[in-house]
Design a protein around this ligand. Structure first.
Ligand code: OXD
Ligand code: MN
Length: 596
């Protein structure tokens, strides 16, 4: 290994890692296509990856993880702040010294006979004032190749870093992929992440949830900016003006679909268009003009494959057609391509399922997920530049000015299709009480309300009470330049449980109202929870949807909201003294407004 940087903090840490892990070889990822191509060839030679049909899926590869290693493991994810109090009631905590000792014991010597790959990476365009650097060491080529899609990798990152100590250390060691010894640990005060005994994306692509959310949310708190679990999109109107919004949803609410949505034909013809800036994470800072600017710190999409098809998300599917890594989907052996449940209605007759066994459609039993060809959490890792609607601003370091922040969840009865919060403080209250009902897709009871403040429950790297206070503080700094805060709910049902709103592209009709509110050109009715549109202000042209049904899903029922307020009060108890007084006051105001 040549000296690849003069940065003393980087060199010292690498020496520590070498001493701990004892690799046979060390390779620095320089960012060149040549080096990545050689690694792809090596991974195919060892069977770690399979090259897919070059004509149909050029530059695409396939990988399987162990069946015990297919998802993020929240129960084995820790925030190791020095004080337990600082991890707060919503995170697992362990004393950092104790955890370092335990993890070093697990990782010690495990790179023996293997290669240590050193990946310098940037979250955000290299050199952007909103970007941050990290270095991940790993013993997995799969991790290197995924990181090379999901982030900007290479020694150029170190040139920009110079001698600074402001970079995140990431250690990944595959070890034996033993679930009993699997840990995903963040040490926010040390800018350090350690992940052992997993090889599944969300646990080992350390730039994503570990850095860009858990560590970065802590950094944002300390440094006065925000790291949020939000998509970023630009909505272009027929005049060519683009309004940017950021939106947070718990899982299974269609976040990726919204980020890449195609408007209905009627609006497309008029000249409306959606531009995708990001599908999962937003880093936001106050710019020189006092507005909030967002970048997507990632460079690719790590999307859930099942259910992705031409209709549900044309742009996501198009993004996977080249230079993509597929993990735990099924292989169609007839043409060496991929397949997953919900891709199309033609499951391959001669397939290999995600665990590596022969599979054909007669083996499929809908109620039994173990018979599926693709794992329900199988993924594609696709370069963002592949996306047909990627925003021209995506790769620019300045970020995009955010006019609206949208929260959302899956609520059958309670929350209206859309409403605007009364002001920033009230909007923070809305985000802090965010909730979604469990679906049949997840294990456990259906219809149980799970509170997931700002969709950050598994991703906030510090005490959530402090996190709410930070949001309130940002609002004070932004003043009248603050984005307007909205809440949407695409999932209102009738008494038989049928969805009432068509969703997908028709959500554009709701986004248009949101943008018009930001521009001061749409009306609203003030209710106990905020501003709700007049049914006439949602454009239903060309949609077979009657206005009475629209009125019913815009309705705010005082009894339902009185019950909701009681549940929020219960939810707030966990935050104890750290719950900001402003949010308590917001809750009291809601209770008073819905009391009979
Ligand atoms: C994701 C998640 O994979 O939020 O993006 O779980
Ligand atoms: Mn996510």
């Amino acid at each position: 290994m040549n000296k690849f940087t003069k940065n003393p903090t980087v060199l010292a840490w690498i020496e520590d890692m070498k001493a701990l892990l004892t690799p046979d070889n060390v390779v620095v990822i320089d960012g060149s296509e040549e080096q990545l191509e050689a690694l792809r060839a090596e991974a195919c030679a060892t069977g770690e990856m399979i090259k897919l049909n070059e004509e149909k899926l050029p530059g695409c590869y396939y990988h399987r993880t162990k069946p015990n290693d297919v998802a993020r493991v929240e129960d084995r994810t820790f925030i190791c702040s020095r004080e337990k109090e600082n991890a707060g009631p919503t995170n697992n905590w362990c004393d950092p010294q104790e955890m370092y000792a335990k993890l070093y014991d697990i990782a010690r010597g495990t790179y023996k006979g293997r290669t240590m790959y050193i990946i310098p990476f940037s979250m955000g365009p290299i050199g952007s004032p909103l970007a941050k650097a990290g270095i991940e060491v790993t013993d997995s080529i799969y991790v290197v190749l995924n990181m090379a899609i999901m982030t900007r990798v290479g020694t150029a990152v170190l040139d920009v870093l110079g001698d600074s100590n402001d970079w995140v250390r990431g250690l990944h060691a595959k070890c034996d992929v033993d679930p009993e010894k699997r840990y995903i640990c963040q040490f926010p005060e040390d800018n350090t992440i350690i992940s052992v005994n997993s090889a599944y994306g969300g646990n080992v692509l350390l730039g994503k949830k570990c850095f860009a959310l858990r560590i970065a949310s802590y950094q944002g708190w300390k440094e006065g900016w925000m790291a949020e679990h939000m998509l970023i999109l630009g909505l272009e109107n027929p005049k060519g003006e683009v309004t940017y919004v950021a939106a947070a949803f718990p899982s299974a609410c269609g976040k990726t679909n919204l980020a890449m949505m195609i408007p209905p034909a009627y609006l497309l013809e008029k000249g409306y268009k959606i531009w995708t800036v990001g599908d999962d994470i937003a880093w936001m800072r106050i710019g020189a003009d006092g507005r909030l600017y967002a970048i997507n710190p990632e460079n690719g999409f790590f999307g859930v494959a099942p259910g992705t098809n031409e209709k549900s998300n044309f742009n996501a599917l198009a993004s996977t057609k080249k230079n993509t890594i597929f993990t735990n989907v099924a292989i169609n052996n007839d043409d060496n391509t991929v397949w997953w449940e919900g891709l199309d209605k033609n499951p391959p007759e001669n397939a290999t399922e995600w665990k590596g066994n022969p599979w054909n459609p007669s083996m499929f039993v809908k109620a039994d997920k173990t018979t599926y060809a693709a794992h329900p959490n199988s993924r594609f890792t696709a370069p963002a530049v592949n996306c047909p609607c990627i925003s021209p601003e995506f790769d620019k370091g300045a970020g995009v000015p955010i006019s609206a922040i949208i929260f959302g969840g899956r609520r059958a009865k309670c929350t209206p299709l859309v409403y605007q919060s009364k002001n920033w403080e009230n909007g923070v209250f809305v985000g802090s009480a965010m909730a979604s009902e469990t679906t049949a897709a997840a294990a456990g009871a259906v219809g149980v309300v799970r509170r997931d403040p700002m969709a950050m429950l598994p991703f906030c790297g510090y005490h959530m009470g402090d996190y709410f206070a930070h949001w309130l503080e940002m609002g004070k700094k932004l003043g009248d330049k603050a984005p307007k805060i909205f809440n949407v709910n695409w999932f209102r049902t009738d008494d038989e449980g049928n969805f009432l709103w068509p969703g997908f592209g028709d959500n554009m009709r709701v986004l248009n109202w949101i943008v018009d509110r930001c521009n001061g050109t749409a009306d609203a009715v003030e209710t106990a929870i905020g501003y709700v549109p007049n049914a006439e202000d949602i454009d239903l042209t060309d949609l077979d949807f009657d206005i009475e049904t629209l009125k019913s899903i815009l309705a705010v029922d005082a009894d339902v909201w009185a019950k909701e307020a009681a549940e929020i009060e219960e939810h707030y108890k966990k935050f104890g003294d750290k719950l900001p007084a402003e949010l308590r006051a917001q809750l009291e105001a809601l209770k008073a407004a819905v009391a009979k």
